[in-house]
Design a protein around this ligand. Structure first.
Ligand SMILES: C[S@@+](CC[C@H](N)C(=O)[O-])C[C@H]1O[C@@H](n2cnc3c(N)ncnc32)[C@H](O)[C@@H]1O
Length: 480
């Protein structure tokens, strides 16, 4: 429900600001979190923009070596302290570098490797990150090449682990600038799809479709909002297109400060990808019914259930995320009962006519917004999360009243976490049946309805309007 990836959309104005500020600016550190300056910090403060590049390399290491999520590292309140110490403009630059370096990681790795006489030593990880940070700027960002190269050389010199490679950094990056620079060289989306994920895509969807998905998920995602009503009207007012009865896709020009747009303060809409808005739609009109959202925060789907007329109970296990859920509902002026804790415990023996289980998952459907996911998650994570989902689905079943509906969903692109979980559940539960979704229910997205009657979106769908996140949803009904 918040805008998290504005920095990845490098629109001209931001690019100009960064160029004007090419060297960047050292942040005024917050007294509370500021560690004592090291000699490297002092050097960085003498060279504008150096600190931003050093922080970018450090955070890139955290993503690819420690599998730390980019959202966590860049969280405005709890993110990495070195990032939070930078000026907002430099923070935005660091985020843009990271998103770009991850989105094009395969391409950048190959272009760096081609210009090395021999492969880097296996332990030269700091050097590798530094080269990726510089190459991302040279190849894809509107930063002067000379600044990208000079600051990479300065960063190499400031770090004892990379000092002896200073000459290599300089020569390699100058060659990259000369030979490719920012030329629109065609790059291979498959090379930029993490290998384990590409293998899964081929296994699940076949090679041609896997290639189309890899290409679509390398593109930055547009920003979609879900409106309480009047999508056409809001599209006109905000500058966008109504792409479903509830979703407006904002034009690139409209994007900027989301909270400054008309209707935000009045709670008329919230940010939610078009595909994330689909599972709650599967309940249809909920007027006069009670509904439970079992895994609710940050609350986009809870809001939809309330707007659809239900009396909603929203459960969330994480205390901090309940706060976000409640703040979001308050801004939207929507009422729901919120319960803090695992739904299995806090719901006692209640039963509901509509139950939504939007389960934790690998988030591999959201690579457009979160290009780190391919490097922070593995196939083992997918399998582990599928087991968790199966357990949660089993437990969710007991809160469904006879004749009630249960929608299971998540934003993984992998059938292991979707179709297979539901197939196993139905095989073990004669008391539940699938209630197939029909193309008529979602006329704008009939291609997403599977032969079994589930919903499966992939990023290559609706390419003509900018694609969709990958999502899965199945609608089940309790027979007795
Ligand atoms: C995919 S997110 C939900 C997104 C949410 N439905 C939305 O549309 O905004 C999954 C959420 O489930 C929560 N969660 C995980 N296990 C839970 C449980 N047993 N009971 C309640 N919440 C749980 C996580 O903390 C996380 O916030």
């Amino acid at each position: 429900m918040s805008m998290t990836e504005g920095s990845a959309r490098l629109r001209k104005e931001n690019a100009r600001k960064r160029r004007d500020n090419a060297g960047g600016m050292e942040g005024k550190p917050r007294a509370k979190t500021r560690p004592a300056p090291t000699p490297a910090d002092e050097e960085a403060s003498r060279k504008p923009g150096l600190r931003a590049r050093q922080v970018a390399a450090k955070l890139l290491a955290a993503v690819v070596e420690q599998q730390t999520s980019l959202d966590g590292l860049t969280d405005p309140d709890h993110g990495h302290p070195h990032l939070r110490q930078l000026e907002p403009r430099d923070q935005a630059l660091v985020k843009a570098i990271l998103v770009t370096a991850l989105r094009y990681r395969g391409t950048l790795s190959a272009e760096i490797a081609e210009r090395l006489d021999r492969p880097l030593p296996g332990n030269a990880t700091a050097l590798n990150h530094l080269l990726h940070v510089a190459a991302a700027q040279i190849r894809f960002l509107d930063v002067p090449d000379s600044a990208a190269v000079d600051l990479a050389v300065a960063a190499a010199e400031a770090d004892p682990r990379t000092r002896r490679f200073k000459g290599l950094v300089n020569a390699l990056l100058r060659r990259l600038t000369r030979e490719v620079g920012a030329a629109p060289v065609e790059t291979d989306p498959v090379a930029d799809c993490p290998a384990w994920l590409y293998e899964r895509l081929v296994a699940a969807y076949g090679k041609p479709r896997a290639n189309a998905i890899a290409a679509a998920q390398r593109l930055p995602a547009p920003i979609d909002i879900t409106v309480k009503s009047d999508a056409e009207d809001w599209a006109g007012r905000l500058g966008g297109t109504a792409i479903s009865p509830l979703t407006v896709r904002l034009d690139a020009e409209t994007q900027g400060s989301i909270s400054g747009l008309a209707g935000y303060g009045d709670g008329a809409w919230w940010v939610q990808d078009a595909s994330a808005a689909l599972p709650a739609r599967l309940f249809g009109d909920l007027a006069g019914m009670n509904a439970a959202d079992l895994c609710a925060a940050p609350g986009g789907k809870t809001a939809q259930l309330v707007v659809a007329g239900a009396s909603v109970t929203a459960c969330e296990a994480s205390k901090s995320r309940v706060k976000r859920l409640e703040a979001n509902l308050a801004r939207l002026g929507l009422n729901a009962e919120t319960l803090t804790g695992p739904f299995q415990e806090v719901l006692a023996d209640r039963a509901f006519e509509a139950v939504l289980l939007d389960a934790p998952c690998s988030s591999t459907g959201t690579l457009r917004r979160h290009p780190d996911v391919g490097y922070t998650k593995t196939l083992e994570d997918v399998r582990r999360l599928a087991e968790l989902q199966a357990k949660l689905l089993e437990e969710a079943a007991r809160f469904v009243a006879p004749g009630g509906k249960l929608v299971f969903s998540n934003c993984s692109i992998d059938p292991i976490e979707g179709e297979e979980v539901v197939a196993a559940f139905l095989a073990a539960h004669g008391d539940f049946a699938r209630e197939p979704v029909s193309g008529d229910e979602l006329p704008e997205l009939a291609e997403a309805v599977t032969p079994e009657g589930d919903l499966r979106t992939t990023p290559d769908m609706r390419a003509e309007i900018g694609g969709l996140d990958g999502f899965y949803a199945a609608r089940l009904v309790r027979r007795s």
